[in-house]
Design a protein around this ligand. Structure first.
Ligand SMILES: C[S@@+](CC[C@H](N)C(=O)[O-])C[C@H]1O[C@@H](n2cnc3c(N)ncnc32)[C@H](O)[C@@H]1O
Length: 247
């Protein structure tokens, strides 16, 4: 093992290994903490979610749908599907799609189950450990959930794994390029119920590139004076980036 980038190259292997393990442990602990916060927060929110967030969900869902460029019969996974609004609109507009939703919070999934046709596949799980075989989907969508992910690097590698080589990932989320979103992030961190990780467009592109994606389009737009959003479409970059299953 060589020295970690940025170190002075002391050749002190056990100290470097200790550093890696310490960082690894902290990341695991932080991920678990975030997962508990998410579960608590969305269990609390589930019943009121559709009413309380109706304007926001309607606007972000419409913005995302208009950028999906779907073909009939595609297999689509909605990660963090919440109460299933996006899947519901997709099944009405594109009945031939094969739709799957994933969310870790049982109370959110219960509402989605109620809203959606009984044969639409819904699974419990986290983006960081997708319970699907490799190359299973043509399209993966993350709508308003990327800011919740403590380890987006792992989640993106997982998406890369379950996407087929010519597939695409579409992310709609808060955009840190807007001052209002950066202020919102500060406010939410202070009132901390669930930690938020608001990315700027170039940060998201960099993260995605490290996981083997290339951004094909990035749209930034506002849905209200407060909410500045981005929708990014990414495709596997066909680089030599190793695609490993991260667990
Ligand atoms: C703000 S809601 C968005 C729900 C839905 N996509 C929408 O647009 O209405 C965020 C959702 O992401 C889910 N979520 C949070 N962290 C997640 C993770 N790491 N993996 C998968 N889903 C996650 C939450 O349980 C919640 O249902």
């Amino acid at each position: 093992m060589g020295p970690r980038p940025g170190s002075r190259g002391t050749g002190c292997r056990h100290r470097i290994a200790g550093w890696d393990q310490g960082v690894g442990r902290r990341l695991i602990i932080e991920t678990r903490r975030q997962q508990s916060r998410i579960t608590r927060e969305y269990t609390r929110l589930a019943r009121a979610y559709d009413t309380k967030w109706s304007f926001y969900v309607d606007a972000t869902t419409r913005s995302t749908l208009s950028r999906l460029n779907l073909r009939a019969h595609e297999r689509l996974l909605d990660i963090g599907c919440g109460t299933g609004v996006l899947l519901h609109r997709l099944s009405a507009d594109h009945p031939a799609l094969q739709l799957t939703g994933l969310d870790p919070v049982p109370d959110m999934l219960r509402i989605a189950r109620h809203r959606l046709a009984p044969d639409l596949e819904l699974c419990a799980g986290w983006a960081e450990a997708l319970p699907f075989m490799d190359d299973r989907f043509d399209v993966v969508v993350c709508c308003s959930m990327f800011h919740c992910i403590a380890r987006p690097d792992i989640a993106l590698r997982e998406v890369r794994r379950v996407l087929e080589p010519d597939g695409r990932l579409v992310i709609t989320d808060w955009c840190g390029d807007y001052l209002t979103c950066r202020m919102l992030k500060r406010y939410l961190r202070l009132s901390d119920r669930a930690q938020t990780y608001v990315h700027r467009a170039h940060e998201l592109r960099q993260l995605a590139a490290s996981a083997g994606f290339a951004a094909t389009t990035t749209d930034r737009y506002k849905i209200s004076r407060l909410w500045g959003m981005m929708t990014m479409t990414l495709r596997p970059a066909h680089t030599s980036v190793p695609i490993t299953t991260a667990r």
